[in-house]
Design a protein around this ligand. Sequence first.
Ligand code: ADP
Ligand code: MG
Length: 267
Amino acid sequence: MNIVTSGHLPPYRSLAAEDGAAIVVRDLSKAFHGRTVLDRVSCTVPAGQFVVLLGPSGCGKSTLFRCLTRLVEPDAGSVAIRGTEVTALKPAALKALRREVGFVFQQFNLVKRFSAIDNVLAARLAGTPLWRVLLRRFHARDRQLALACLDSVGLLDLAYQRAERLSGGQQQRVAIARAFAQQAELILADEPISSLDPDSSENVLQILQRAARERGFSVLCSLHQVDLAVRYADRIIALRGGRLFFDGPASAFTPELREELYRAPRP
Ligand code: ADP
Ligand code: MG
């Protein structure tokens, strides 16, 4: 899908998959102040699937997310996103890649004073000089496509409402609509439902699941709730103490594995 296109932006650089995987992580390691946080983690997010990342607090989930687009530089190992070796990219290409990926955060990270539709449009301009000026000059066609993204998360009626006047669940859906408008067809969502009530949480997971099933998006999403992961995800990746614990179909994540994953480490 190539939803929002703008005459002001450089042409779309295709992120064609070489091996059919959206993300391939190989032997990724990261230490902070000499303490290992990720220890030779290898895992894969197949294209067009909804993959949930599980693991106890502090096991390295957010660090793994940040390493994927080098918001944190890994110490060793490699990351490929749709066949592009992220770990080899020069700064300009890395910035371009980050602009194409749809990031969804626990705290929504919307521009509060902007309307929902402007939040969707602004994402395409992030990092561009004069983006506030350019935002006003988006073509009608871009606006139509941004509205289509908001419609697909059930927010067409609230497209011109300021973000700060929306509920948490609605703001998170704007963030997903914004991700739909990005070009990489890849959503990285680090704990997107942690600050939402149960109904909004399920709604967000349904939308992410549909993004994979109906739009062919690849989604990596960290969660605390194993039940929801098993219910909604195609695959589960689990980390324990910075090491890969599981990478497989959600249906293969048994209650025994779940118990083992969250068991306190032996002293
Ligand atoms: P999770 O998201 O699974 O809860 P994190 O990736 O946030 O785990 O953190 C894993 C470990 O790495 C934690 O012990 C955390 O304190 C540590 N950590 C994360 N980021 C940094 C950092 N920038 N500097 C130092 N320690 C960090
Ligand atoms: Mg985290």
